[in-house]
Design a protein. Structure first.
Length: 261
């Protein structure tokens, strides 16, 4: 547990499922006031709010598309109007789609870049504006992927968006370090969330993924949420501009395991 998170105001984008949901739940368990952003009611954001409240936590929901400037402004405004400020911004919302690059339309490219990369930019910028205006030594955490490092054929737009997030994070970390605003990045490997549900429903495809993970299992959303709360807490007070890989060793050349190579 991180006592420094008690009472902090945290906004999490894409928080109605998968990693965002686990992150929202963990912050609430730490005593933070959580703004749960969601895209559509189909995502059932009320379930997340109900679960948090049933466990004694505090949370409110707001619809918003992170690729839209106006919506991201609304999300930050909502946090300030509801809970008085914003201390932590988690830019988690993201999408992916498998498309060979020769078939990748500009529309599909733009959709992924605008959600994953532009969404992280807008969320970071709005959070920084609030933090600078109110002298808040806040924390911004972006959700990248091992694919900011590992090239991924058929996912060129996704890999490009995550590569962009890496340098966005590092640049903002440097730009706002002297203001006490920390900006960090998390790079999950393969985690059991709805984004992978179809793939992991196929036992062979799931085994192919597990074979790429030295620790030998698909990660759990809670294992990513644990990284996020640590980065947001005062325990990470001297940490900025990093990518924290939470990938079971996936980026450590698994094909060299057991003395191969
Ligand atoms: P998920 O599909 O369960 O969650 C993504 C959430 O983002 C959904 O709730 C969705 O509604 C929301 N979203 C999508 N577009 C949005 C938009 N325009 N505005 C607001 N919300 C939007 O998947 P997840 O695995 O929880 O993914 C969360 C993040 O983690 C993504 O950025 C993803 O790229 C990243 N990631 C996931 C994995 C993994 O293995 N699950 C690995 C690496 C990185």
């Amino acid at each position: 547990m991180y006592p420094s998170l008690k009472g902090k105001v945290v906004a999490v984008t894409g928080a109605s499922s998968g990693l965002g949901k686990a992150i929202a739940q963990r912050f609430a368990a730490e005593g933070a006031k959580v703004v749960v952003n969601y895209l559509t009611e189909d995502d059932k954001p009320d379930l997340v709010i109900e679960e948090i409240k049933a466990n004694g936590g505090e949370a409110s929901k707001i619809q918003g598309d992170v690729s839209q400037e106006h919506d991201v402004k609304r999300i930050v405004q909502f946090a300030v109007e509801t809970y008085g400020t914003l201390d932590v911004m988690v830019n988690n919302a993201g999408i992916q789609a498998e498309i060979p690059t020769e078939e990748l339309t500009l529309e599909s490219w733009n959709k992924v870049i605008q959600t994953n990369l532009t969404g992280a930019f807008l969320g970071s910028r709005e959070a920084v504006r609030h933090m600078l205006d109110h002298n808040i030594k806040g924390s911004i955490i972006n959700m990248s992927s091992v694919h900011q490092q590992i090239p991924w054929p058929h996912f060129a737009h996704y890999a490009a968006s995550k590569g962009g997030i890496k340098l966005l994070t590092e640049t903002l970390a440097l730009e706002y370090a002297s203001s006490g605003i920390r900006v960090n990045n998390i790079a999950p490997g393969a985690i059991d969330t709805p984004i992978n549900a179809e793939k992991f429903a196929d036992p062979e495809a799931k085994k192919d993924v597990i074979d790429l993970i030295p620790m030998g299992y698909i990660g759990k959303p809670e294992e990513i949420a644990a990284c996020v709360v640590w980065l947001a807490s005062s325990e990470a007070s001297y940490v900025t501009g990093i990518t924290l890989y939470a990938d079971g060793g996936m980026t450590k050349y698994p094909s060299f395991q057991a003395g191969k190579g």
